[in-house]
Design a protein. Structure first.
Ligand SMILES: Nc1ncnc2c1ncn2[C@@H]1O[C@H](COP(=O)(O)OP(=O)(O)O)[C@@H](O)[C@H]1O
Ligand SMILES: [Mg+2]
Length: 372
């Protein structure tokens, strides 16, 4: 048994993430609806217990941190109710940054250039957001990311932007003071001039380079894949893991959500069939990702909404869920409850006996008095 445990694969929890005290950026990603928001919220709640300060950022345009915590969030970090060190914010990575608006103010030359570099506007606002967040000095930042395709594009931004900026720099060298001339021609002030713009772009470039380096450092950054035990999700996860490898971004945790357990399915043929179907894909996950931490979360009869629900469901991220374990616990609780009940009953019966005894004594004394 002990040997079996030693031979067994990586532990089936995300405790490894909680123990990695240097981690600064944690991405949580996967297909829509699999449980990314639920998992990133639970992870943030767990991290808040072991780290000084935690920031949870949703970059999914279909935000739902607000639904998960039953609290409204905006694009600035807000303290999550019931915590002293957990903050959350929702940002829209597709919104144009102020920088771009300023660039647009410079005339068509620069906006044409921006158009020539696809994704540069998104990259800029992502970079701006990272710069902002980096200056805020949180111990760890958890990203509830957009569905797969979008996430990968987000992680690609640093290199997209680096390329784009490189192109602009070389154009600047080629055309010398052309931008200045153009902007003077259109009456733009010095704040829109070439040097001001280039200074700003250089600033963003250095943030991007820094972040790029951090994202590729497995001590600082990791990506947690969330999925469900079905063919499409397995396939998507494999694609995601390969892309992450290509970007040199560490990933070694997979959360399989909405798992049905045999013990919970005894009543229904349909559920039993789904348990078998799920098990087939769970086995494949284990085969494909031998050295990953693979964490299973049970499918609940209800949604996971509100801080309390998140907290209690989060237990399954640190202790593998076992339906029979749960049953034993319930049995234990029932026994404890029954013992308490019996003790109360015994105490009340004892009190009644005492009452009856004193009543009896009184009656006897009365009788004695009457007789005397
Ligand atoms: N294991 C689960 N059992 C039951 N409901 C779940 C489970 N995990 C997530 N949910 C619910 O499913 C819905 C989608 O989950 P969510 O975390 O918002 O997914 P995503 O962010 O990937 O779109 C939410 O209403 C959530 O409360
Ligand atoms: Mg979500």
């Amino acid at each position: 048994m002990a040997e079996e445990e030693e031979l067994s694969m990586a532990e089936a929890t995300i405790v490894n993430v909680l123990e990695q005290k240097e981690l600064k950026w944690i991405f949580v990603g996967g297909k829509g609806g699999v449980g990314k928001t639920t998992c990133s919220c639970m992870l943030a709640v767990l991290l808040a217990r072991v780290r000084k300060s935690v920031l949870l950022i949703s970059t999914d345009p279909a935000h739902n941190l607000s639904d998960a915590f039953s609290q409204k969030f905006t694009k600035t970090p807000t303290l999550v109710q019931g915590f002293s060190n957990l903050f959350a914010m929702e940002v829209d990575p597709t919104v144009e940054s102020d920088n771009l608006e300023q660039m647009e103010g410079m005339g068509s030359f620069v906006s044409e250039l921006a158009n020539a570099i696809p994704g540069v506007d998104e990259a800029m606002s992502f970079a701006e957001m990272l710069k902002l967040v980096q200056n805020m000095d949180y111990s760890v930042i958890v990203f509830d990311t957009a569905p797969t395709g979008h996430t990968l594009r987000l992680l690609q931004f640093p290199s997209t932007l680096e390329k784009g900026l490189g192109k602009m720099m070389s154009l600047r060298n080629k055309f010398g003071g052309l931008i200045n001339q153009v902007s003077r021609m259109f009456g733009a002030g010095e704040e829109f001039g070439e040097n001001a713009l280039m200074g700003k772009l250089e600033g963003i470039k250095s943030v991007i380079e820094q972040v790029n380096e951090q994202f590729r450092d497995p001590d600082l950054t990791t990506f947690i894949c969330v999925c469900i035990p079905e063919f499409l999700s397995l396939y998507e996860t494999e694609r995601l893991v390969q892309e992450l490898a290509r970007f040199e971004i560490d990933t070694h945790n997979i959360i399989i959500n909405q798992v049905l357990f045999e013990e919970d399915a005894v009543e229904s043929k349909l559920l039993q069939a789904r348990v078998r179907m799920q098990q087939k894909y769970i086995d494949q996950f284990h085969e494909l990702y031998e050295d990953f931490h693979i964490v299973k979360l049970p499918l609940l009869p209800e949604e996971v909404r509100g801080t309390e629900a998140l907290k209690s469901f989060a237990v399954n991220l640190t202790t593998p869920y076992r339906p029979e374990g749960g049953e034993a616990e319930t049995k234990d609780l029932l026994t404890k409850g029954r013992i308490q009940e019996l003790e109360t009953e015994k105490a009340s019966l004892q009190a009644q006996v005492l009452d009856l005894q004193s009543e009896l004594e009184k009656q006897r004394k009365g009788k004695d008095l009457a007789n005397s």
